[in-house]
Each structure stands twice: as C-alpha cells, then as structure tokens.
Design a protein around this ligand. Structure first.
Ligand SMILES: O=C(O)c1cc(=O)[nH]c(=O)n1[C@@H]1O[C@H](COP(=O)(O)O)[C@@H](O)[C@H]1O
Length: 264
C-alpha cells in the first residue's frame, strides 16, 4: 500500500486504529474452539466486527508460530479475508544478516503478502535494507518500545551527543536509501519522550502500541506524535479482541475509533 492510499484510508474512516490480532488459543471463547480452525474462526469474527473502524490489522507472529504448521495456516487464511484496502502488519520483529533478511522479506511480502513487517534494528543497515527494496511495502523499525525493558538499551546516552540511543537509531535509519518506506514503533506508554521520537523522524508514520491493556494514553500520543498526515497507526490488541462477544468487540473498536475521530 502506498503512503497516499494509507493517508486516504485514515481520512475516509476518520480513524488511525490498528487492531492487533494477538489471538491466544487459551483466551478465545469456547464457541470458537469447536471449529476446525479456531484461530481463523475467531479472527474472522474480529475482522467482521472491526473492519468499519480499523485502518490496519497486526497479527503478532508469536501467537501463530507457537502453534506450528496449523498456526501458519491460520495466519495465511486470516490474510486472505482482510479487506484489500486495509493495511497489514506482520508483527514479527525480525532482524538478521542480509541474505537471511532477504528470505524474511520474501516470506512476509511475497508469500503472505503483508504490507509491512516489524524489525529490530540492532543488527543495522543490511538487516533492514532488503525489506526496503519492495515498492509499496514497509519496514517498521523498533524505535522506542512500550515495555519496561526498553530502558535497558534504548534510553542509554550517546557519547558526545544529547541523543539517547533510540533517537540515534531513528535518525540513522532515516538516512538509508528508500527510508520513505520506513515507519517506526513508538510505545504509547512513553509519555513526553514520544516528542523526541517525533522530532527525530518528523515525516515518518509511527506504529504506536500500548494503549488499552498496557495503559498508554491516546491523548499523549496525539499531542506528541501527530504530524500533518496524521502519521499514526495506534494499535490495541487485547483491549479489543477479548472485549467479549462480537457486539462487544465491535463496540470496543468503535469507542477507540471515536476517541481518535474526536482528536482528528
Ligand atoms: O511492535 C509492536 O507491535 C510492539 C512494540 C512495543 O513496543 N510494544 C508492544 O506491545 N508491541 C506489540 O503490540 C501489541 C500490544 O498488545 P496489547 O497490549 O494487547 O494491546 C503486542 O502484539 C506487542 O507485541
């Protein structure tokens, strides 16, 4: 999907909601467990209940890979029913040497046909650039993450610079060729620090997890991270998909979308 198409979808739906498909077999209602493919059946319900409000879906690969081949099949079937005008994110957090990165890019962009994949930048340029060769596909690089352990490395100071490591990573990554196809992860739990991430990458889209179950603030995200193109995909997974029955899932997505709409 192109940036123009993504922005248009956001404007049309008055939403920058990404629904996270972190589908845990232990947590889905019993009615789905009777189905031949419970994960797919649950995802189908979630997609039907939320597609009026979502501009992106983000299956987290851990929930599929942990089930072995059946999980991959559920993921592939899920990808087939996501409406074509909705942006898809393979939350895989990959990152490896160049020739291996090329294989990951093939997996997610050619075989599963995702629009984007999340990447850890720790191994540097050659671990990310294979993903940037694909027209209209996106690499979503971890910038400032939502989890407590983010402080271990991402908040380390850089010698002879006022930047913290995450700022350095973001600024460096946007110097690479085709960096217009990079987005960054910025965790909603990071409060005012989010402004530093936005300053480091004024034009890039941010994938923002951490609202809902992790307690991050949508208002903080909007205040510190919006840009003239909105520039945000705000994810909620557990807060939406485990809200209850189909009606409750619909309402949870609608509520978050309405909060977004009020800000836009
Ligand atoms: O890359 C991510 O999506 C991600 C980065 C991050 O910093 N924090 C974070 O929670 N995530 C993912 O976002 C989702 C958050 O899920 P909920 O907390 O249930 O809304 C999970 O799939 C996480 O793996």
């Amino acid at each position: 999907m192109t940036r123009t198409e993504l922005i248009q979808n956001i404007r049309d739906k008055e939403s920058f909601l990404c629904v996270g498909l972190d589908t845990d077999i232990q947590k889905i209602p019993d009615q789905f467990k009777k189905e031949a493919d419970p994960i797919f059946a649950f995802n189908k319900m979630v997609i039907e209940a939320t597609s009026d409000f979502a501009v992106a879906y983000k299956p987290n690969l851990a929930f599929y890979e942990s089930l072995g081949p059946k999980g991959w099949e559920s993921l592939q079937r899920t990808m087939e029913i996501i409406p074509k005008n909705i942006f898809t994110i393979a939350d895989a957090k990959r990152g490896d040497i160049g020739n291996t990165a090329e294989m990951y890019a093939k997996t997610f962009f050619e075989w599963l046909n995702f629009d984007s994949v999340t990447l850890s930048p720790y191994m540097g340029k050659d671990s990310v650039t294979p993903f940037l060769k694909y027209e209209d596909k996106w690499a979503i690089v971890l910038g400032i993450t939502s989890n407590p352990g983010a402080v271990d490395f991402q908040f380390q100071p850089i010698a002879n610079s006022s930047d913290l490591l995450f700022e350095k990573v973001i600024k460096h990554a946007i110097s690479w060729d085709n960096s217009d196809r990079i987005m960054f992860v910025a965790g909603a739990t990071r409060g005012e620090t989010l402004a530093k991430a936005r300053k480091a990458a004024p034009n890039q889209f941010f994938l923002v997890p951490g609202v809902g179950a992790q307690g991050g603030s949508l208002e903080d995200v909007w205040q510190h991270c919006k840009n003239p193109d909105i520039g945000l995909l705000v994810n909620s997974s557990r807060g939406i998909i485990y809200a209850g029955d189909e009606k409750a899932v619909h309402s949870a997505a609608e509520k978050l979308r309405n909060e977004m709409k009020a800000l836009m």
